[in-house]
Design a protein. Structure first.
Lengths: 190, 189
């Protein structure tokens, strides 16, 4: 850690909560849409939206990684092993998101088709990189999405534990609230 | 008149030399096609094919009734020119390819008809279900190819009901029947 940051950058906070809304929604829609009846009015619309929001999420993820790079982020709170576990969990969240996005992309583009995003632009497809790409990528997409959701539940659970049990500002600082102690620390930083 | 006689002599010699021979379906050179079409919503047709299959037949133009054919189809190779749809077609909703990677047709009898047409009766296995089907077939042609081989070609059509092969029809009433189109060119062994 080069910077002893106490606060998340507002852009990081905005991206965090936007992604926190989109990820469970994409997961739920993904499960629901694959079981839809052929004659359901959502049969075509839901996958189109799932893909569009998936691409949007990819853009948000990249922006967030850039934001971390530019503005840094505060160290995790808690004991040594907790900080270590938080670091691994956060890295895994990002890695899983990235892998789910790549596998999703590989399903839809196995035949060179691009992915239209909200009808505004199209992400180009580059065809099949390996045999049975759509099927294998589909299986990977499914299981990694489940793994991600399990990790998201752990992540949210840990944040709540920090808030209600440890009574530290893990959750409040992601909500953008500055507590007195942190503010004074920031001042001394200056 | 001379021409006619020549043609007749040629035809006669042709049938006399033709005898039961074994052919391999020319999948190597992709001169054979296993295609299907199914109605889309009752408004249009969806065409697709199986890219990987293999087969043999024996055929004698003088004794059509003794002809035999066997065709094995790799169900994974379904191709409707849309990766997402093909993925769905391979799934448990349709072809169930993990459980039933092979479909096959084994002829049991040939019923010769008029004008070179014949009925090819046999057992068709799809999705683990075997049912007798009849393929309406015609011989397209046969003869020497320019590369030292001998070829014979046939065209057959038939239709199957998805539900007959334990495939639930989720596509609507217009899509209950799948039409199969088989183009088989064999190279004499």
């Amino acid at each position: 850690m080069t910077t002893q940051k106490q606060h998340f950058h507002p852009l990081h906070i905005a991206l965090h909560w936007l992604m926190a809304l989109m990820i469970p929604a994409l997961f739920g829609v993904g499960l629901w849409m694959t079981g839809l009846d052929y004659y359901s009015s959502w049969y075509k619309t839901a996958p189109d939206l799932h893909k569009s929001f998936g691409i949007l999420l990819a853009i948000l993820l990249v922006s967030r990684l850039v934001a971390i790079r530019l503005f840094g982020k505060p160290a995790a709170l808690g004991s040594g092993w907790q900080q270590k576990a938080a670091g691994i969990a956060h890295a895994l969240l990002y890695a899983l998101l990235l892998a789910i996005m790549v596998s999703g992309y590989l399903i839809s583009t196995a035949d060179n088709r691009g992915i239209p995003v909200f009808g505004l632009f199209e992400v180009p497809g580059f065809g099949e990189f390996f045999p049975e790409q759509a099927d294998i990528a589909g299986t990977v997409h499914f299981y990694l999405a489940w793994a991600l959701i399990v990790l998201v539940v752990l992540h949210a659970g840990a944040a709540l534990k920090h808030h209600f049990v440890d009574k530290d500002n893990t959750l409040t600082r992601m909500l953008g609230r500055r507590n007195a102690a942190a503010s004074s620390l920031d001042k001394t930083e200056i | 008149m001379k021409k006619l006689l020549l043609a007749a002599a040629f035809a006669a010699s042709f049938t006399s030399v033709a005898q039961a021979a074994d052919y391999v379906v020319d999948t190597q050179g992709a001169h054979a096609f296993v295609q299907f079409k199914v109605s889309h919503l009752g408004y249009s047709w969806l065409h697709g094919r199986f890219n990987t299959f293999s087969g043999d037949f024996s055929y004698d133009s003088a004794n059509l009734a003794a002809a035999k054919i066997k065709l094995d189809i790799d169900t994974k190779s379904v191709d409707s020119n849309h990766a997402e749809r093909d993925k769905h077609l391979r799934s448990g909703d349709f072809l169930n390819v993990d459980k039933h990677p092979k479909a096959s047709f084994v002829s049991t009898k040939v019923v010769p008809g008029a004008d070179g047409k014949f009925d090819l009766v046999g057992n068709f296995t799809l999705n683990g279900v075997t049912k007798e089907i009849t393929i309406a077939a015609t011989k397209t042609g046969e003869g020497k190819d320019p590369w030292g081989g001998y070829r014979a070609g046939f065209h057959g059509t038939t239709s199957i009901k998805l539900t007959d092969f334990a495939i639930k029809n989720i596509l609507g009433p217009a899509s209950e029947t799948v039409y199969l189109d088989l183009v088989v060119e064999g190279v004499r062994k």
